[in-house]
Write a protein that binds this ligand. Sequence first.
Ligand code: NAD
Length: 378
Amino acid sequence: MRRIRIGVVGVGHLGQAHARILAAHPEAHLVGIVDTNTARAETIARQLQTRVFDHHLDLADHVEAVCVVTPTVFHYPVAADLLRRGIATLVEKPLALDLAEADELVDLARRHGALLQVGHIERFNPAYEDLKRRPIRPKYIEVERHGTFTGRSTDIGAVLDLMIHDLDLLLDLLGEPAVEVHALGMTVFGKHEDMATARLKFAGGCIAHLTASRMSPQPKRKMRIWSAEGYAGLDFCDKRLTLVQPSPQLRAQGLPTRGLPPEERVALAEQVFTRHLQTRELTHSGLPDQLTCELSSFLECVRTGMEPRVSGEAARDAIALAERILHSLRHHAWDNHPAGPVGPDDLPLPLGALFDADADAHADTDPDTDTRKRRAAA
Ligand code: NAD
């Protein structure tokens, strides 16, 4: 099979993974890498036995495809240069900082006949792929995407950094636009919101409630879907899909609880998840990792001219929705009064400390300590 001549621009946390996978990929020839941190680029190039280029335009002379894995603020200028040269470009998510930039990248790709794919990697999560093969019309969706603070992606907030994954998934699942958007968010560490929550209503009536946070002690990435067909729970971290559907008998008759003696009611309750609500736990371990699948798909699109799974247009639509969420959260009046505090940076003044940190340092933070037990007993 013909190897695609490819390069990577930005070899930081994620870009070095792109470069490592491509260096070992049987369908790729990693021609070179670019990073403004030249020492880092040299080290990675030595490890992967590839070449360092000073600038993405130098690399462009030697390749037919490029992955852009710089901070988001540089996606537009770098990708625009590459697309103008007709180079197939995979841009990490989010496609751009705002809708105007995203629109322009989509337009450049079209005018120059260049392939544009976007790194919405959850589309390659095997649990999500499995869900997509099943007939389901979501009517209520809850999403939680919680990450730990990494110090990276501080050029954008939690909506463009994290929630964008789920906005893309919702648009892909539902295939229709949001007609109502209500959101709020809080800035804790820096210039942009570090947590955000949004309630969306879609054209076909589905309601979605999303929360994204990058200040959680534990990562969590879950989606729960309720529909007439049943319930689907996705754990993106564990790549697990849980499906629950009512048995045909339950659909036809409901649970015959009326007039049952208590002991039979207990027996009935015990059978809920065995007989009446049929459940399947589907795990998807042992498959190639999502980034390898995403890059293999990109290489195939470059080779065959096939439409990418996540096109520039799809990523642009996710940014359009993210902008509406950002607009809503920037206008959220915390005290329900426009003259009061408004938006993620302007929180109401705290009433006081939630707890005394110094006192707590010496007190019982362990639930099994004697003091806690004495208090509970009192
Ligand atoms: P990072 O800060 O670790 O790495 C970015 C690298 O780009 C750095 O090495 C920096 O020196 C280099 N760089 C900056 N400007 C450059 C330029 N003009 N030309 C060449 N190199 C340049 O960031 P990261 O965490 O690797 O994130 C990179 C991108 O990947 C971001 O857009 C982020 O949103 C995205 N990302 C996506 C996922 C995902 O799940 N798909 C996960 C993490 C990050």
